[in-house]
Design a protein around this ligand. Structure first.
Ligand code: ADE
Ligand code: ZN
Length: 334
């Protein structure tokens, strides 16, 4: 079996995916026209040409600008259905979608419009593709904890449809401890907790995410490699890391994919997974992340299977569903 066929056949979960980051320029322009919204670019080509990033912030500036095209529940539905079609084609059996409500409510979009559109897409994806999914509300860390609490308040009537919370946006200068009280409240509400940490920020932010926010997974986490004690802890506690290789290269966390530390983290015994982050901006969906990483780092089939197994083990799903996927994974021959 060739590499791409093998990778597609591997049952896998995508655990680090910002749904706003799946907005391809074609859909962005179609929605902007439908909604009579002005974009900072004149064409699809000009938009794609602008996707050259110096760091996380330079990406976020464009990402928030593009999200302005999203207004109605139908827009969020169309966005998520386009993602699910691609995820299904990539062999994704389960996807956990991050969404950034503050990006939308700040523009006057109702929280319920965002959630209604996304949730309808999740149900449709289950029926059409058999994909299971979860919604994870992310708080923007460049905003205040108070703003986060106001967002949580808006989410309360919808909690049955939200499985967890995360923390994203500009990392440097916005440590996890800024959101200690907010995450404590989310834990009391029974929500799963994850946080971006150690993407651009220091290893100490990973420690804070674990000890202060008490998260169950770390999004990115690649800078853990700079702290041997932390590395040993992540391996011992088997904390899942949702690593996004193409994102890390596009945002210059690593100069090239060949220099990415994913294999080193795997070799150190960490529970690493592969994900696409914002695939419309970073040049590839999850299969492409697996494929390019496998080639750049010379990953074996056993290592690729381990990465997929880690994703299934780290998913926020019931054990019965997980067991079915794991059985399919183990039955897959090389
Ligand atoms: N929002 C969308 N993608 C992100 C990333 N990679 N890091 C932080 N915030 C984000
Ligand atoms: Zn991310």
């Amino acid at each position: 079996m060739d590499l791409t066929t093998y990778l597609r056949a591997l049952p896998k979960a995508e655990l680090h995916l910002h749904i706003e980051g799946t907005l391809e320029p074609e859909l962005m322009f179609a929605l902007a026209e439908r909604n009579q919204v002005a974009l900072p670019w004149h064409s699809v080509e000009e938009t794609r040409a602008a996707y050259a990033f110096a760091d996380l912030q330079s990406f976020l500036d464009l990402y928030y600008a593009g999200a302005a095209a999203l207004i109605h529940a139908q827009d969020f539905f169309d966005l998520a259905m386009a993602y699910f079609a691609r995820a299904h084609a990539d062999g994704v059996v389960h996807a956990e979608l991050f969404f950034d409500p503050q990006t939308h409510t700040a523009r006057g979009v109702a929280f319920a419009s965002v959630l209604d559109g996304l949730e309808r897409a999740c149900s449709e994806a289950r029926e059409r593709y058999g994909i299971s999914s979860r919604l994870i509300l992310c708080f923007l860390r460049h905003l205040s904890e108070e703003d986060g609490f106001a967002t949580l308040e808006q989410a309360l009537p919808h909690l049955a449809r939200i499985h967890g919370v995360g923390l994203d946006s500009s990392e440097q200068g916005h440590p996890p401890s800024k959101f200690a009280r907010l995450f404590a409240r989310c834990r009391e509400l029974g929500l799963h907790c994850v946080a971006h940490a150690g993407e651009e920020g220091p290893p100490a932010y990973i420690v804070e995410a674990l000890d202060v926010l008490k998260v169950e997974r770390i999004d990115h986490g690649v800078r853990a490699a700079e702290d041997p004690a932390l590395l040993a802890r992540l391996a011992r506690e088997q904390v899942p890391l949702t690593v996004c290789p193409l994102s890390n290269v596009k945002l210059r966390v690593f100069p090239t994919l060949q220099q990415h530390n994913l294999k080193a983290l795997l070799d150190a015994g960490l529970k690493v997974t592969i994900n696409s982050d914002d695939p419309a901006y970073f040049g590839g969906y999850v299969l492409e992340n697996y494929r390019q990483t496998a080639e750049a780092l010379q990953l074996s089939r056993a290592e690729l299977q381990r990465l997929a197994r880690n994703s299934l083990e780290a998913a926020f799903v019931g054990d019965a569903e997980r067991a079915l996927w794991l059985a399919r994974l183990e039955a897959l021959a090389d």
